[in-house]
Design a protein around this ligand. Structure first.
Ligand SMILES: *Cc1c(COP(=O)(O)O)cnc(C)c1O
Length: 431
């Protein structure tokens, strides 16, 4: 398998784009490879500029639950395009979209569209702070909520309660009000609330963590989180940018039966076009301008093309709920196959799966928090990734990313992946 044109493009790209990519993970740095450049994609496959094809488990990092360039979803897009690409003035599809989302999520009475998940979480926090008239927020180590300043933070060392910025350029002041707790460890949260619960505006969490591999929550952890935030009048924000319309039609909140006060969306609701949204209880969302005073705006928000693709995707899911069982069955088969491989090879590796989301960790289980994920052998993962790529399977180019499945991943794709995975694991663990 050759990557001559990809390499050439990469060299050229690096001259004009930082690192040659428009989002860091795409540089394949953590798997020790140059990135492949994609020419086209269809169904479960992506095709690179050198004519190689791969079974794709990135799926644009989640949006493509119906696979690449799905004919049914694309049908009609040309007509939308011909009517104009953006007006900056309201359209009917925005109303239909908002209605559809609020019907699917009983905790969401009103919703505001934005252009990315980053914008959604950033805006939700602003609203939560205005609503509670408090400043402090809690996030969890290993959860990713986009790249806004206040959320680029990890826990400080030792007994430090306050986080430290994870990126230069984030002033200490902007993360001063962000407290970092441990995922699945309710005590780490209760300790903070006991000391300063009255000052905490919001707790933001990925109800199933999908940015440190896949780490499901303990049910009791989420339940107690719900209770303590309610007791203290703190806004509980579920970041369902990945899990929304993926874990189930009604997201993680449906699966765990827990109603957050606010929810953030992205990925699937744009059907592959740039999108984000945040919503919640009417009382909270009425804070948002122009009804309330919390300012938040967007030139391209609710863009007709993104709304069209997102609306069609969600409608397809709504009318075909069996899709969720089908994707879960594929994830189950992958889990089973991976586990057989692990047993046969007698290696320290672990599979986490919840519904249709899963991850293969290069460390001994159980994997319940960021500390556990940090134990993974990322060097071996790099070898594994490269061996898989050679076998025509595109895994996520980092250990800390989940595997994304779509309706278009066929049984033969799954079986091929399990077989390739055995060979790649064997090589990775020999080295
Ligand atoms: C991807 C992601 C985001 C950020 O969304 P962007 O559209 O990339 O800004 C936020 N939260 C979670 C849970 C995500 O997975």
């Amino acid at each position: 398998m050759e990557h001559i044109r990809s390499k050439k493009l990469y060299e050229e790209a690096k001259k004009y784009i930082p690192g040659g990519v428009n989002s860091p993970v795409r540089a394949f740095k953590s798997v020790g490879l140059d990135p492949v450049f994609i020419e086209k994609a269809k169904g479960s496959k992506v095709y690179d500029v050198d004519g190689n094809s791969y079974i794709d488990y990135i799926c644009s990092w989640g949006p493509l639950i119906l696979g690449h360039s799905n004919d049914e979803i694309l049908d009609g897009i040309e007509e939308v395009l011909n009517r104009g690409t953006s007006y900056g003035i309201p359209t009917e599809i925005e109303v239909k979209m908002a209605k559809l989302i609020t019907e699917a999520y009983p905790s969401v009475d009103m919703v505001r569209m934005v252009n990315s998940g980053t914008e959604a979480t950033m805006s939700a926090l602003r609203v939560a702070r205005a609503y509670t008239k408090r400043n402090k927020i809690i996030k969890f180590e290993g959860c990713y909520h986009g790249h806004s300043d206040a959320l680029l933070v990890k826990s400080g060392s030792g007994t430090l309660t306050y986080g430290v910025p994870t990126s230069p350029g984030v002033p200490k002041g902007t993360v001063e009000d962000t407290i970092v707790c441990t995922y699945n460890d309710i005590e780490s949260v209760e300790n903070i609330f006991n000391e300063q619960g009255e000052e905490i505006a919001a707790v933001i969490i990925e109800p199933v963590a999908g940015n440190m591999g896949v780490v499901p929550p303990k049910k009791e952890f989420l339940e107690r989180l719900r209770k303590i935030t309610k007791d203290y009048g703190t806004v509980l924000i579920f970041d369902e940018v990945i899990t929304g319309f993926r874990l189930a039609y009604g997201g993680a909140q449906e699966v765990y039966g827990i109603e957050p006060d606010m929810t953030c969306f992205g990925k699937i609701i744009g059907g592959g076009l740039p999108v984000g949204a945040y919503g919640g209880k009417r009382e909270i969302m009425k804070m948002v301008s122009p009804v309330g005073d919390v300012y938040q705006a967007g030139t391209l928000s609710g863009n007709p093309l993104a709304m069209y693709m997102g609306y069609k995707t969600i409608m397809k899911l709504k009318e075909n709920k069996h899709i969720y069982d089908e994707i879960e069955n594929k994830a189950k088969r992958l889990e089973e196959g991976f586990k057989e491989n692990i047993n046969k090879l007698d290696i320290d590796a672990e599979v986490n799966r919840i519904k249709g989301m899963l991850c293969l960790f290069f460390a001994e289980g159980p994997i319940k928090s960021y500390d556990d994920v940090s134990r993974c052998n990322t060097k071996k993962y790099g070898i594994y990734f490269r061996e898989m790529l050679q076998r025509g399977v595109l895994m996520p180019p980092a250990q800390f990313e989940g595997i994304f499945l779509s309706t278009e991943h066929k049984d033969e794709d799954i079986e091929k992946t399990i077989k390739a995975s055995y060979e790649a694991l064997k090589i990775a663990y020999e080295k």
